[in-house]
Ligand binder design. Structure first.
Ligand SMILES: NC(=O)c1ccc[n+]([C@@H]2O[C@H](COP(=O)([O-])OP(=O)(O)OC[C@H]3O[C@@H](n4cnc5c(N)ncnc54)[C@H](OP(=O)(O)O)[C@@H]3O)[C@@H](O)[C@H]2O)c1
Length: 266
């Protein structure tokens, strides 16, 4: 059990039905360990930790030892609480996309939580070309975070021209926009951008059909992946190391833990 210091919210907190994620909102948190289970050997009372709990928007929360990591001193409690869902999803997505030193990566939905995380982690992994698709108003933000090129999806001709002139040139398309609820659809166009035989398309969301094929039947076409975040200690540690490598911090909007603060957050 932990005393929660900071908690973060993500789209999943208001998208998933309550019977799946429980009666208390919030999955991401940072805090101090107050009690440990009999079999826990890697944490002790008093440790500063961050990770995943069902119901983190509370004064205390219960987590599993394999879904948390020790917070390092370079991160504040708020920064650490901002990492789990967004950054572990991005890390696992870029890994599926086989991003390495020198890779070209397209990040769609680049100005959101999982998008910014992917830009920063792709940069830390040594990606050379990091293209961000977002609305023009967020162009400066994604550039400051590490994007080397920006495409404004609200300008239809700019978007079409990008897809027409970048065929078979990208190692990883990381798509945080498709299926987010407002008719976003990038899958078909993205597949044509992938480097022949080796490029990978990773989507964070999709239609019910894509979820069934991707998660239940596991038979999406070759080079197409749908991610379901697997929270674990090693990846929580890795995201904080990668951020440290490039001296980056998560972007945050901090609100007080009050009724007004929660309303503003959601
Ligand atoms: N499968 C999993 O395990 C998993 C894990 C985490 C998240 N997710 C999902 O991943 C998605 C992204 O999460 P998030 O936390 O990054 O959400 P978010 O913070 O709400 O960001 C969404 C972003 O999408 C952009 N966007 C909206 N319409 C777009 C379009 N037509 N083209 C390109 N970009 C568009 C917006 O950019 P602008 O403001 O610039 O317009 C916004 O910044 C959500 O659907 C979430 O549920 C899935």
């Amino acid at each position: 059990m932990v005393k929660v210091k900071s908690a973060a919210i993500n789209p999943v907190d208001y998208k998933l039905p309550r019977f799946v994620i429980g009666p208390v909102f919030g999955l991401d948190f940072s805090g101090i360990v107050e009690e440990i289970g009999d079999n826990v050997t890697n944490f002790k009372v008093g440790d500063a930790v961050y990770g995943h709990a069902h119901g983190s928007l509370a004064e205390k929360a219960v987590s599993s030892a394999n879904k948390i990591a020790k917070k390092t001193d370079d991160l504040t409690f708020s920064e650490a609480a901002a990492l789990p869902v967004a950054y572990v999803t991005a890390l696992q997505g870029l890994r599926l996309g086989k991003v390495t030193e020198g890779s070209s990566v397209l990040i769609i939905g680049a100005s959101g939580g999982c998008g910014i995380a992917a830009i920063q982690l792709a940069k830390a992994m040594g990606a050379k070309r990091i293209i961000a698709i977002c609305s023009g108003k967020n162009s400066q933000l994604v550039k400051e975070t590490g994007a080397t090129e920006v495409v404004d999806y609200t300008k239809e001709s700019e978007l079409q021209s990008f897809f027409a002139t970048n065929k078979e040139s990208i190692q990883c398309v990381y798509d945080a926009a498709t299926g987010s609820g407002h008719g976003e659809k990038y899958t078909n166009a993205s597949m044509s951008l992938l480097l022949k035989d080796v490029g990978e398309y990773v989507q964070l969301n999709g239609s019910a059909k894509v979820w069934t094929k991707g998660v239940v039947l596991k038979n999406l076409p070759k080079h197409q992946h749908l991610i379901l975040t697997d929270m674990n200690t090693a990846d929580l540690e890795e995201v904080s190391l990668l951020l440290k490598k490039i001296n980056a911090k998560p972007l945050m909007n901090i609100m007080p833990f009050t009724e007004e603060g929660l309303k503003e957050g959601f």
